[in-house]
Design a protein around this ligand. Structure first.
Ligand code: FAD
Ligand code: HEM
Length: 399
């Protein structure tokens, strides 16, 4: 139990740490990887480089510290992070490593301002926060293992089929190598792939949304080859999957996770909006809702650069043709010669108003600028926050 004095000290120093937030977490990661290079097998190196992960962790620690005497208020956030941690196989023994290095980084960055009393209060706060995460994650590990067809940690899957969906997106159909059952998932959830390419010193772990409705005998993920069109440097895992992983090869997978899921308690119209590879959870949701809630009106809006990189075009067209409750729209940023679409350029509010009803439940996913634009449009339209749901294909960010 924390004393009131400790709680007050923590709360009063949160703003001080927030000012130095990025510096502290960047220092923390440098120290932690120097002391524990084996953790480079778990952390995404690109997210470290871009500072996304240090920022996400800093924000989470400060948010938790600000709620230290009523952590239950931030339980949904703890659960969302817990899903990612469970999928990455983060274990209780990892927590003291983070704690020690975080404290050392606070001390280093704040210098004399970090009095022994402050450091002691933060050590206690970290321990309370870590226990909350460990508890939530322990339950998630239990659930993932106890589910029919479930498992703990990573399990080997065989690539049953590899299907090209567009110039940049390829689907992988995965079946357990042990021939056993697979656990169910909710539309919108992801599985997590761990690979060790020969030319890499460490294992690399990435999340991929399941791109088909649950209920089949395999998992399907659809992966964009990162860096293939924009002239950016190539992504480690997506490039490896595209170029080196073929039918018959083995991938290590952790059980489905994630709290971005379709709410089928609701019956109001559903609007699914995706940009680029952000269509993967939307296709899973679409297939599910058409099957499970045939009365429900659905609008499916997909934005892509052009027809060449537009994945699952025929599949959605066929669903549209065979389901009167579904209306699907395509928006191309820069259509190529011969491309047919409903809108060119970017999705905007005036076009959204024409295609969807305000009284809907909205889900979206795509690149960050796309998500910011869609979120802004929905806010401007007056859609209440509880009807706006989204997933980031990277560390959670602000929109
Ligand atoms: C919940 C969730 C669901 C997801 N679902 C999907 C999905 O369904 N399909 C999908 O394709 N992806 C999905 N992702 C994204 C996926 O997890 C990976 O992030 C993605 O495949 C890129 O991984 P990578 O290893 O190929 O790239 P990384 O090596 O992680 O690189 C990431 C980015 O940084 C750039 N980069 C790499 N090196 C450098 C450098 N030196 N300097 C500057 N930039 C660099 C790369 O070009 C790339 O764009 C999802 C992510 C999350 C969190
Ligand atoms: C109380 C302590 C912790 C907090 C508050 C915390 C918070 C976070 C947050 C906010 C994210 C980003 C989630 C997202 O993607 O949206 C994250 C991801 C992650 N966390 Fe933690 N975390 C904690 C402990 C740990 C520990 C002990 C480890 C393992 C050593 C760990 C490893 C990771 C990894 C590997 C990711 C994914 C990062 C990436 O690869 O980009 N975390 N954590």
């Amino acid at each position: 139990m924390l004393t009131q004095e400790t709680i007050d000290l923590i709360k009063s120093t949160v703003p001080v740490l927030e000012v130095h937030g990025k510096e502290i977490t960047t220092t923390f990661y440098q120290m932690m990887f120097d002391n524990h290079p084996e953790l480079l097998n778990i952390f995404n190196h690109a997210n470290q480089r871009e500072g996304k992960q240090p920022t996400a962790l800093a924000n989470a620690v400060y948010a938790a510290a600000a709620h230290i005497d009523h952590l239950e208020d931030i339980l949904p956030v703890v659960k969302q992070i817990g899903h990612k941690h469970r999928a990455l196989n983060i274990l209780p023994e990892h927590y003291p490593i983070v704690g020690e290095n975080l404290l050392a980084a606070i001390q280093k960055v704040l210098g004399d301002a970090a009095t022994p009393a402050i450091l002691d209060a933060w050590a206690q706060a970290y321990s309370v926060i870590a226990d909350a995460f460990i508890g939530v994650e322990a339950e998630m590990y239990r659930e993932a293992e106890a589910a029919p067809g479930g498992w703990r940690g990573f399990r080997s899957f065989v690539v049953d089929r590899k299907i090209k969906e567009s110039a940049v997106i390829t689907s992988f159909y995965l079946k357990p190598q042990d021939g056993g059952a697979i656990s169910e998932y909710l539309p919108g959830q992801y599985i997590t792939v761990r690979v060790k390419p020969d030319d890499q010193n460490y294992t690399h772990i990435r999340h991929y949304s399941l791109s088909a409705a649950p209920g089949g005998d395999c998992y399907r993920i659809s992966v964009k080859r990162e860096g293939s069109v924009e002239g950016k440097s190539e992504g480690v895992v997506s490039t490896y999957l595209h170029d080196r992983i073929n039918e018959g090869d083995i991938l290590e997978i952790s059980a489905p996770a994630g709290s971005f899921t379709l709410d089928m308690e609701k019956t109001m119209p559903l609007v699914l909006i995706s940009g680029g590879v952000g269509l993967t959870p939307m296709v899973s949701m679409l297939e599910t809702v058409l099957k499970e809630q045939p009365e429900r009106k659905v609008t499916f809006i997909h934005a892509a650069v052009n027809g060449e990189v537009h994945a699952m075009k025929e599949h959605i067209k066929q669903l549209d043709a065979s389901h009167p409750q579904l209306k699907s729209y395509v928006c191309y940023e820069k259509p190529a010669a011969g491309d047919v679409c409903d809108k060119t350029g970017f999705i905007d509010l005036s076009w959204l108003r024409e295609t969807a009803s305000l009284e809907s439940d909205f889900y979206f996913c795509g690149p960050l600028p796309f998500m910011r634009a869609v979120h802004q449009a929905l806010n401007d339209w007056g859609v209440p926050a509880e009807r706006i749901h989204y997933e980031f294909f990277g560390p959670a960010d602000t929109l």
